[in-house]
Design a protein around this ligand. Structure first.
Ligand code: GLA
Length: 386
């Protein structure tokens, strides 16, 4: 963290020629279980990870907003009065989309000053670890502070989601921003995406001698196009045909009726969501009562459901999961929106390096590109750094 904080400060000074007034950071996230349930009003159990986005920021005397980052050459600038989703595109739609979305949640943009911002991140992009939510959440807490908006974290999560949905154009749910803003060390965020009530659940990986290994297939995904929106539409269709407001209103007892009412594809989409909600509740129960070693079967079942019913896995993700399970993982599943990105494996610490070697070997054998494997820990959510 120290390095990236120094880098972002240096980047700011080199570009703008003066010191930032503060640094703010927000983490990426791994979803332990509860996939494609958030936009169905269901349950999720993500945790914030030890990879963060840091923003350096200072207010200006005028009404210009300028953003720059270590991952793009350009400085993007816009007058606050011109901030609107249709004027934003590319990477800058994330931070500037947040500035705009704050005005949709009560901030009076005609009464605030412009700003200079520089962004640096250690969250890999396109890996399914929510690099975008990390940028949104870091920007949201920074502007909330310097503009003295006093919005609470659940509202800032909604602001990030609004930016992503409207300025970026990805029809995603509330999970990623919630994990990034509400995460706590060594814990997961158990979020009810309908009531937006959340609880902190102790993960206890360290005490149990377990770790989470991320296997990034390096097949990049993009939720602004294609499959993600299609899955979301199938869920909405299923809910409509079954006469409920959202799939959250169904339980596993409703599945026989769903099978009679729906076409096969829509039924399988619905079955994934309904059973996945139950798996989140079961995982929370296991973590509370028995500890993390008890959630392995739930992780495996979640993967099968995404592979066979929701059909969002890839051959690389399936291979990562199979190889993990064959090499000692207690459980493994793809994580995030799917169509690429990462898998996670819950594994004993002493089996970690064996698994990493096995994954590299299996990918090479299948002629797939070299994956990236690394351990993540559950970290604190967004915070002011200095
Ligand atoms: C992406 C979205 C989330 C969620 C997951 C799938 O990460 O941003 O809102 O829908 O996919 O669980």
């Amino acid at each position: 963290m120290n390095d990236i904080r120094d880098d972002v400060r240096r980047g700011f000074v080199a570009l703008y020629g003066y010191e930032p007034s503060g640094l703010w950071s927000a983490p990426g996230r791994v979803n332990l279980i509860g996939e494609h349930t958030d936009y169905n009003g269901g349950f999720v159990l993500p945790f914030a990870i030890n990879r963060r986005t840091v923003v350096a920021l200072a207010l200006r005397d005028d009404r210009l907003a300028r953003v720059a980052s270590s991952f793009a050459d350009e400085v993007v600038e816009v007058e606050l009065s011109e901030l609107a989703p249709e004027n934003l595109d590319g990477w800058s739609a994330y931070p500037l989309g947040v500035a705009w979305a704050l005005s949709e949640h009560g901030a009076d943009l005609s009464a605030v000053s412009g700003f200079d911002m520089f962004i640096e991140s250690s969250v890999p992009v396109g890996a399914g670890l929510s690099s975008s939510a990390a940028v949104e959440s870091a920007t949201a807490i920074a502007l909330n502070d310097v503009w003295r908006l006093r919005l609470d974290r659940p509202v800032l999560a909604a602001v990030g989601q609004r930016a992503e949905n409207t300025a970026v154009g990805a029809p995603t749910g509330i999970m990623d921003q919630s994990a990034s803003l509400l995460g706590k060390q060594d814990s997961a965020v158990f979020l009810d995406c309908r009531s937006l009530e959340s609880q902190v659940i102790d993960l206890g990986f360290e005490e149990a001698g377990l770790a989470i290994l991320i296997i990034d297939t390096r097949i990049s995904h993009d939720h602004a196009t294609g499959g993600y929106a299609e899955r979301r539409a199938s869920c909405e269709l299923g809910a409509r045909m079954l006469g409920v407001g959202s799939l959250r209103d169904l339980s596993v007892d409703d599945l026989p009726r769903a099978r009679e009412t729906l076409d096969d594809v829509t039924f399988r989409r619905v079955r994934h969501v309904v059973t996945e909600n139950q798996r989140v509740l079961d995982a929370v129960g296991e973590l509370r009562e028995g500890g993390p070693a008890g959630i392995g079967d739930l992780l495996d079942a979640s993967h099968r459901s995404m592979r066979d019913d929701f059909e969002i896995s890839t051959r690389e993700l399936d291979l990562a999961v199979e190889t993990a399970v064959l090499n000692g993982a207690i459980g493994a599943r793809m994580t995030g929106g799917g169509f690429g990105g990462s898998a996670l494996a819950l594994i004993r610490r002493e089996d970690l390096s064996r698994l990493q070697v096995a994954i590299d070997g299996a990918f090479a054998e299948h002629g797939f590109g070299q994956p990236d494997t690394f351990v993540v820990t559950a970290a604190q959510g967004a915070s002011r750094e200095s």
